[in-house]
Design a protein around this ligand. Structure first.
Ligand code: CA
Length: 290
């Protein structure tokens, strides 16, 4: 199995990137990832010396042979193996949902043992997920901390073991990268970070001849349309529009009927509220699309 080592990282998804590896469609690949802070915070005092240019590394990019602009990359997440006995979480003045309340810049080291994150006297079961996952965008370069149509920092907890993420391909070869694994996170990621950990992620990469507008996560039962825009209301509206369009096409319904059906079966929610673009999700149960 091919492995992309953790020293091959990008800090921006740009339309033209040099791949560090080439794989065939259908191949299984492993990515060694750094944590979202670039591994710089190993004790609680280290935040004061944080080099922000090293934050949000994504391992890659890799070129998928045969992937063409206008198609869809299907990334099946086979495994997320946390490669540390601890994670770190930070809270910083000016960031997060309560940006005007929080003071200073604080870090907390969170031990991980027997499948649990230890927070003081509490044990929280891990549910590893991938925060940054994406491909080369169409025209503009996006820092790895910013999510948009190409994916990026979507911080969506459903991007987890057993899920498939569908990404629109904007450049031949797709140029795929991932990083920013969290041991556990709640919807919203309210304090601006989660339990940030290094990991080894195993994925299977496939290409399908289908065009999509925004990333979609597929779980056993559901599809989640992921839309990331600078205003939450705009992201919620666009995620709803895409979900209604998918229902209308799958069930051959008029817009108005699909809109009504969506009101009965679609759950609209929030992945994260704290990155430069905010991520909304619209969950459609797959059984209603079949
Ligand atoms: Ca993140």
């Amino acid at each position: 199995m091919k492995l992309v080592p953790k020293d091959k990282v990008i800090h921006a998804f740009s339309p033209h990137m040099d791949p560090v590896l080439r794989v065939r469609a259908g191949e299984i690949v492993q990515f060694e990832t750094l944590d979202a802070l670039g591994g710089q915070v190993q004790n609680e005092e280290d935040v004061m010396n944080l080099d922000f240019s090293k934050v949000n590394p994504a391992t890659g990019p890799i070129h998928v042979e045969g992937a063409k602009k206008g198609q869809m990359l299907v990334v099946e997440i086979l495994d997320i193996n946390i490669s540390s006995d601890h994670g770190v979480i930070v809270a910083e003045e000016g960031f997060g949902v309560l940006k005007n309340v929080v003071k200073g810049f604080k870090a907390k080291i969170l031990p991980i043992c027997d499948g649990h994150v230890i927070f003081n006297d509490l044990s929280i079961p891990i549910k590893p997920m991938i925060g940054v996952i994406g491909v080369a965008p169409e025209e503009t370069e996006f820092p790895t901390g910013t999510a948009h149509k190409h994916g990026g920092n979507m911080d969506t907890k459903e991007i987890t073991i057993g899920s498939k993420i569908h990404l629109p391909i904007f450049q031949d070869g797709a140029l795929f990268a991932l990083g920013d694994v969290h041991a556990v996170m709640g919807d919203g990621e309210v304090c601006v970070s989660a339990c940030e950990v290094p990991a080894i992620v195993t994925v299977k990469l496939d290409v399908e001849n289908r065009t999509i507008e925004w990333p979609i996560v597929e779980t056993k039962e559901d599809l989640y349309v992921l839309v990331s825009l600078s205003k939450l209301e705009d992201a919620l509206e666009e995620a709803t529009r895409v979900a209604v369009k998918m229902i209308s096409e799958a069930r051959k319904l008029s817009f108005e009927e699909a809109y009504m059906l969506a009101s009965l079966i679609v759950d609209v929610g929030v992945s994260q509220l704290v990155d430069p673009n905010l991520t909304a999700k619209a969950k459609i149960p797959k059984r209603y699309l079949a």
